[in-house]
Design a protein around this ligand. Structure first.
Ligand code: NAP
Length: 262
């Protein structure tokens, strides 16, 4: 299937590692020009070099802290200056901190709102005018299985991420008339450095980590953690011309870990 992403401009947030990097790689493989951003320059440059080497795509690496409004504006401005607009936004984040309700302070909640909620709000607000200009756009939000079912020990995520689904649904009709779709992807458990330090360095290392993490995988019907490349493929499809009739939807990609009916 031709996803018709060749030449499209994709901005992928929090993309020096893990799910963000895999999404950028999948889009670059389909011919998109890609902006990636994260805070640590060395990791970002390494990811950009890897994506260029594997795909031949044009990659712009912009160091930025996505919990600040200036960081978000800087990434969008650099993308527009280099590529002339934004066609695809993959709104990913570093994720909120861990912790259970009783241990979380107001400051933890404020930081998590910046990381999860305002990151989504600010990026969507910044990119939509460029998408409206072209009457075409794709917004894919990376959230978590916690949107559908609480995950023990991550109450910041349990508390905030379902609200993104509500907001996504609320703003979807106002975008649809301009050819802009907006959808969410809900990862279950993926083999990334968030879950296992050192993940994503090599295929052999990842195989060894999968074995070490067998006790976690025991709860997952498919029997293993997800490979970020599997999530990248879903993101690339949702970003494609072929997904024009899919909007306001949430897609779990979780090896079966979510047990709710819907
Ligand atoms: P990861 O491998 O740790 O990668 C996180 C990426 O985010 C890195 O590139 C990191 O680079 C960047 N980042 C962190 N804080 C940032 C900030 N303030 N500004 C800009 N970039 C920032 O994590 P991941 O597993 O791919 O997770 C990505 C998202 O998916 C998170 O929101 C996570 O909660 C969610 N998620 C993951 C899983 C899973 O199983 N892995 C499951 C459900 C949901 P720097 O640190 O250099 O900035």
């Amino acid at each position: 299937m031709d996803l018709e992403l060749s030449g499209k401009v994709a901005l992928v947030c929090a993309a020096s590692k893990g799910i963000g990097r895999a999404s950028a790689l999948a889009l670059a493989r389909e011919g998109a020009r890609v902006t990636i951003c994260a805070r640590t320059r060395a990791d970002l440059d390494a990811a950009a070099a890897q994506i260029r080497a594997e795909t031949g795509a044009e990659v712009l690496a912009v160091p930025a802290d996505l919990t600040s409004p200036d960081g978000v504006r800087a990434v969008v401005a650099a993308t527009v200056a280099r590529f002339g607009g934004v066609d695809v936004l993959v709104n990913n984040s570093g994720g909120p901190g861990l912790g259970s309700f009783a241990d979380l302070t107001d400051e933890d909640w404020r930081r998590a709102v910046e990381t999860v909620t305002l990151n989504f709000v600010r990026f969507v607000r910044e990119v939509v005018p460029y998408m409206r200009e072209r009457r075409w756009g794709r917004i894919v939000g990376i959230q978590s299985s916690s949107v559908k079912q609480p995950v023990e020990g991550i109450d910041l995520s349990n508390g905030l991420r379902p609200g993104i689904a509500g907001l996504m649904k609320a703003i979807m009709p106002g975008l649809a008339g301009d050819g802009i779709t907006i959808n969410l992807v809900l990862p279950g458990r993926f083999l990334t450095s968030r879950i296992a330090p050192g993940a994503g360095r090599s295929a052999e290392a990842d195989r060894a980590l999968q074995e070490e993490l067998a006790p976690i995988a025991a709860d997952i019907p498919v029997g293993r953690l997800g490979d970020p490349a599997e999530l990248g493929s879903l993101v690339a499809f949702l970003a494609s011309a072929q997904a024009a009739y899919i909007t306001g939807a949430v897609y779990q990609i979780d090896g079966g870990i979510i047990r709710s009916n819907l």
